[in-house]
Design a protein around this ligand. Sequence first.
Ligand code: DX5
Ligand code: ZN
Length: 228
Amino acid sequence: MAFDRRIRIAPSILAADFANFGAECEAVEQQGADWVHIDVMDGHFVPNITFGPETCTALRPHIKTVMDVHLMVAPVDRYLEAFAQAGADILTVHVEAGPHLDRSLQAIRALGKKAGVALNPATPASAVEFVLDRIDLVCVMTVNPGFGGQSFIHAMVDKVRQLRAMIGDRDIHIEIDGGVTADTAPLVTAAGADVLVAGSAVFKGGSVTDPAPYGANIEAIRSAAEGA
Ligand code: DX5
Ligand code: ZN
């Protein structure tokens, strides 16, 4: 079967109610999310701290789709096993997080997980050129990692285009992370992206007791992205 490049929307729980993560994951899935994106920050690689493998373990039963774990952690290798055991489906590491990217990617696949690589805004597309056969996803950061609610960096659209050409017919998703809205989504899907992470643009206006706005927000991003 051909690789499925349908547009996927992956809400980031960084913008959810931190006192209600389980219910928030269920709410966004009921409202049409394709994946759930979990932003792990270590206060060292990025200037913010979020949560670790125990939170992922606790969330796993509340996520029926895909648990997409974005590790903003350095050094990361010593934590891969814990996040794999927590039930992640995809483990994404940063190119900039250590000197041995190829080794980290091999370790993720050896743990039976899909392997992703994230690129900070200043990191060129060529950084993944020699690991293409080891990855299932490349995540283009369209903000500097560390915080939700930042503005989309437009210069990244060219990077997406370059990656799409580089990937060719390989089964690799192009994920966009940061500042995704109904306005910016079509720019990146037209350039070749297929997975859109969105935090603030999905969770704005809703709550676990009033989740309908999540659905409307997801639909607005999806239809803008598909119309590109
Ligand atoms: C940033 C995170 C993103 C972030 C996106 O470091 O990796 O996933 O939550 O948030 P928005 O969509 O608000 O830019
Ligand atoms: Zn992220």
